[in-house]
Design a protein around this ligand. Sequence first.
Ligand code: HEC
Length: 157
Amino acid sequence: MPSPTRLAAAALALALAAPLAARAGGKEVALPRDFRTWTHVRSMVVTDPDEGMYGFHNVYANKAALRTLRGQARSYADGAVFVVSIFEVKQEKGQVVAGAKQRDVVQVKDASATETGGWRFASFDPSGKRTAVDVSTCAACHAQASGGDHVFTRFAE
Ligand code: HEC
């Protein structure tokens, strides 16, 4: 029978391994504190509550992402970041407006993240706390973004 110390060591190893696995590759994506001061590049509304991406979306790009988005570089360089703030959809008196914040989703370019298409993905609740998401689902859908290096957003002048 394994000694109690061994069991304790095994339990500790498991406890330490779990958060690492949740990080999908080791590097954690943080919610950028100042993203609201970045360039707002797009809005769109998914009105069907049964859709996974339901909500009023505002998309923000940092400087590095904006350079590529506006066609000044061919592919995204490490450090390019997009954030989508997703809100409830409020429709009243013929107006569609953003309601309460639902979540913020983040996409960070990191060429070493080969399993998820060279990007790291994460999701945060309205208080900024990371929520558990299956990043392979994010990556699988984003792989369908045609010709845009896993980015759906296009820049409209
Ligand atoms: C079913 C397809 C699908 C899934 C799954 C998906 N996305 Fe997206 N994502 C989109 C589309 C379409 C857009 C562009 C429209 C928008 O959100 O404004 C987008 C936009 C984004 C953007 C803005 C940059 C860009 O690519 O245009 C980020 C950041 C983002 N998604 C993060 C995530 C994260 C994180 C996940 C997983 C939790 C995720 N997405 C899952 C389809 C998807």
